[in-house]
Ligand binder design. Sequence first.
Ligand code: XMP
Length: 520
Amino acid sequence: MSLKYGLSKILIVDFGSQFTQLIARRIRELGVYSEIISHKKLKSKIDKKSIKGIILSGGPLNVYQSKKVKFNNVILKWGIPILGICFGHQVISKQLGGRVKQAKSREFGLATLKKLKNSDLTKKFFKKNSSNNVWMSHADEVTKLANGFKVIAKTETSKYSIVENLSKKFYGIQFHPEVTHTERGNIILKNFIFSICKIKRNWSSKNQKKILIQEIKKNVGNSKVICALSGGVDSSVVAKLIHNAIGKQLTCIFVNTGLLRKNEEIQVVKTFRRKFKINLIYVDAKKLFINKLKKITDPERKRKIIGNLFIKIFEKHSKKIKNVKFLAQGTLYPDLIESKSVTGSQTSKIKSHHNVGGLPKKMKLKLVEPLRLLFKDEVRKLGLELKLSKDIVLRHPFPGPGLAIRMPGEISESKIKILQEADHIFISLLIKHNLYKKIWQAYAALLPVKTVGVMGDNRTYEYMCSLRAITSEDGMTADFYYFSREFMQLVSNKIVNNIKGINRVVFDITSKPPSTIELE
Ligand code: XMP
């Protein structure tokens, strides 16, 4: 099911910049709907009426390598305001008669931007001394202005840092207003969309809820929908949203793999069955998973076994519901954006991430993916709008294979129990000390190593627990969170004193890359 809202929007043309999604999020944060399209797709049928402005992203290519970048200049003739950022700025200049060359000195990091002329784009942007710090990341530069353009601002090394063609409402900027390092960068985006494109605010979680519920009703009609509920943010928001739209036509299936966080299954049943009165099939598959995972130590085999078993169980139980036509999934916008392949680069496979992706084909079901145009932070806001509790909506991500991949080596019921308790202590202390929200993801893992300790006068020989807490934007890269000595000591003491089976706690200080967030 494809959901494209008929809303007025800012179209973001992607040339493969690592910041394209950030631009889209910034526009949406300003209350305006934005969509990303690959520059390769500009030829396809596009509903021009709804586009009130266009932003051309940056990108890793060079505009003078015309073989690689066949820019479709049709958008320059649409009469719609355009803002080109970095590579996008160079594209506009080149297309309209300017010149772009490799710069004598590449410019990365902060630069001082100086105002030369007033412009609608920079209203209230410059500080009193007419100069701001902006963030640059480019090796090429515009060396000759395109026809009809004037210079608005420059830096020491980049003389065309902001340019404007007033009659066409085309703007080019060499720096990145979307990143937080650029002082007051948001004002530029705000001026572009509101003063220049004259688009009205149309994007809020209240609005999204209304639109999405209408779309679900229209697409699903009287049919039945099933949803694999995991208790995580995305599937919880999907379930609640669809329930609001079609009520009892929805059935959720929750599979307790036995690899969940402490008391997670209780919370899911309490929230969805008791509180929201959603049809919920609860499958206790703890024994099945533990049996299949016996003696398995290879991370990829663990993942495959869990993924396949999950699909089998889900399929079996969904057969009990008659006349199902749709399967609901919590696919998000970043999963769909094609920008990853703009530069033609292929990332090698690191892990087989487990989700229910294999299900629809096997079960011949149509998909309902109501979150497919939303970013994670928007999903969270929507969840709160749907009256899901903060506990669910603001929860850290949790991997499909659960605790199995936080326990390198063999898995056993007793080890799971130990790990659930350790994780619970760590997470509860993060919440109590107001640290949980500052951290993107945190968890405890149980290492397959026993070490010697001393408690009272006795020797102990028990497992080692490792703690991980990271900061991140999107899970693609991550850095470890720096706790105070006191906090680390508190967690360590509490875990070792309360959990029989752990006598040593270590803290993981690797970033991603070179490590990954999960251990397996
Ligand atoms: P890694 O370990 O690849 O994790 O750095 C990045 C993010 O993805 C989560 N993760 C998964 N999520 N199914 C999921 O739904 C999976 O199989 C899976 N493996 C890792 C991980 O928790 C982190 O947030």
